[in-house]
Design a protein around this ligand. Sequence first.
Ligand code: HGY
Ligand code: MN
Ligand code: MN
Length: 414
Amino acid sequence: MSHRSIDSARLLGRIAELGAIGRDADGRLVRLAASDTEKLGRDRFVSWLEDAGLEVAVDRIGNIFGIWNGAGVGEKPIMIGSHIDTVINAGIYDGCYGVLAGLEVIETLKGQGFEPSRPIVVAAFTNEEGVRYAPDMMGSLVYSGGLDVAAALKTVGTDGTVLGDELARIGYAGPHAPGFLTPHAYVELHIEQGPVLEREGVPVGAVENLQGISWQRVTIDGDANHAGTTPISMRRDAGYAAARVITFLRDRAKASNTPTVATVGCIAFEPNAINVIPSRATFTVDLRDPDEDRLKEEENALSAFLELLSAEEGVGVSVERLARFEPVKFDQAIVRLIEAAARDRGLACKRMTSGAGHDAQMIARIAPGAMIFVPSRGGISHNPKEFTSDTDLVAGANILLDVVCRLATGELPR
Ligand code: HGY
Ligand code: MN
Ligand code: MN
């Protein structure tokens, strides 16, 4: 059976080119949401959309859309997308692969005279990573009505900037109301960012659900004091208390024998001096679990531990919620389309859960959707060592092409 195929050189060339945009003086890839470096990536993506003859639309939270009206103008579009903002010292595939493969699918179909029954749209959602402005998946959360756009634009970043000001400054405070296009279906292609597909030698993942996410910022207040003269028994050591939380979370997750994961990714001490007992420790807690009840249990266990710690160490504890998303189940009919597409290409395919958060979990609020994964070497991501082979990248993009064709010719997920 002959298959359409994307232009692999064009896709791989663009992934490499976008991956070179936004490197800092040390060569690290850092394109934080609404930053100057992200603007450079946005501008390049928009220029590719224009070259492809697509209508470019930007909404008020800076989400970028490339719209191929084709036939069926006014019909709900098929939406394919992801994000192009990155974490700090990122790899080049996370998010960017899905956005560029989405554009590639549209250009391939346009170039082959394909007549879709409805518009096809490629989307790059703002601030998926949530590193500079919490929560993550913010652009797609606003787009799907989960967060008011005015409130989101007021978000203050870790650097004290305001998201709305930054979007205006980089020229991406768009006119469209978030949600201006309701997708008929949404499909997101993404690297797995975990070890499962590689370990099992499977090239395609049909993602049927995504785990719940809980982000919190914890502040512990003790007393600064002299590191040399203060007896241990007289200390209110915020640094030590924070360390107890980190080991509590890891030990509990490890002992649980469940998919629960816990991460303290950011931490800061005040006054942060070698010979001063920390008066304050501020750190973030990222808890995840595919089961909502277990995730709630983990949050409750942390809260109880913080109370105990406060009594035992004589420290003050305050907690700020940064993000909370329940687990999401994707559309089974689209998952089956992904499996059928892989089968037709003679590719093994595995149903799986996503450990990472994705825009697809937000768009699932307004449209049937699912995700396609391709293997990550060593399961590494959010790290410059992130890597997926060209063969797997091209195979994933061709699966996306097939799924979009089936959705566009009426083989609908129902
Ligand atoms: O946090 C996440 O899982 C995603 O990378 N934003
Ligand atoms: Mn991502
Ligand atoms: Mn990511």
